[in-house]
Design a protein around this ligand. Structure first.
Ligand code: FE2
Ligand code: FE2
Length: 213
């Protein structure tokens, strides 16, 4: 399935063939397929979904030092959890590769690539579709929970995002892995939107001292 300029798609697939194992390319193609299906279901731009799906894991096999160096050169904020686990940066760095290697300029597509692992509070529907496709594509398994999440993703992107966050967070807790705060912020944001049909208020904690001199 392809809704992308055939020349660009071939160029990306050729590039990936030299960078990532075949099993990862199979995953990428399934993410592309599911992102397209979700875009069709939710009336999103199909070409953008196909582009982000195809390019979401471009930096998946970059070495930790390369990920850190590229993120630093771009001026991205690298928090303690990402320093401890630079692999988390592969989402942001994949967006940089899509931009610099393949000339992708669409901010929505670049955001969807960058958001595919941890999500982002209030991320747009294209980001939601790629985020869901990455976790729920057919190759991820066939448990009852995954089947339910796939069904919900066709009906309600907002609900599917927080429930998929819960699914991933449960796995991270059960296997004693680091949890990035952004994953929790994404989950809270979408749970709140689903329950109360509103965005979480953007309240900054007051500093513990007076700023007045
Ligand atoms: Fe990824
Ligand atoms: Fe992926």
């Amino acid at each position: 399935m392809a809704f992308l300029d055939a020349g660009l798609r071939t160029q990306v697939l050729d590039w990936m063939a030299n960078q990532v194992p075949e099993s990862r390319i199979a995953h990428v193609l399934r993410v592309e397929e599911m992102a397209i299906a979700l875009a069709q279901q939710h009336q999103l731009d199909i070409e953008k979904a196909a582009t982000a799906g195809l390019m979401h894991d471009l930096a998946k096999y970059f070495k930790p030092n390369q990920l850190l160096a590229m993120a630093t050169a771009e001026g991205l904020l690298i928090d303690p959890v990402a320093y401890a686990n630079p692999h988390l940066l592969h989402a942001d760095v994949s967006a940089l590769v899509a931009r610099d290697e393949f000339g992708v300029r669409d901010p929505e597509v670049l955001a969807a690539i960058a958001d595919h692992t941890l999500g982002r509070p209030n991320m747009g529907p294209l980001s939601c579709a790629v985020f869901l496709a990455d976790t729920l594509e057919a190759g991820r398994g066939d448990s009852e929970e995954l089947q339910t999440l796939r069904q919900i993703s066709q009906q309600n992107l907002t609900r599917a995002v927080w429930m998929t966050c819960d699914y991933t967070l449960r796995y991270l807790l059960n296997t004693s892995r680091l949890i990035h705060p952004l994953a929790i912020e994404t989950r809270n944001s979408f749970l709140h939107r689903d329950r109360w049909h509103a965005e979480l208020p953007n309240v900054q904690a007051a500093p513990p001292y007076s700023m007045a001199s």
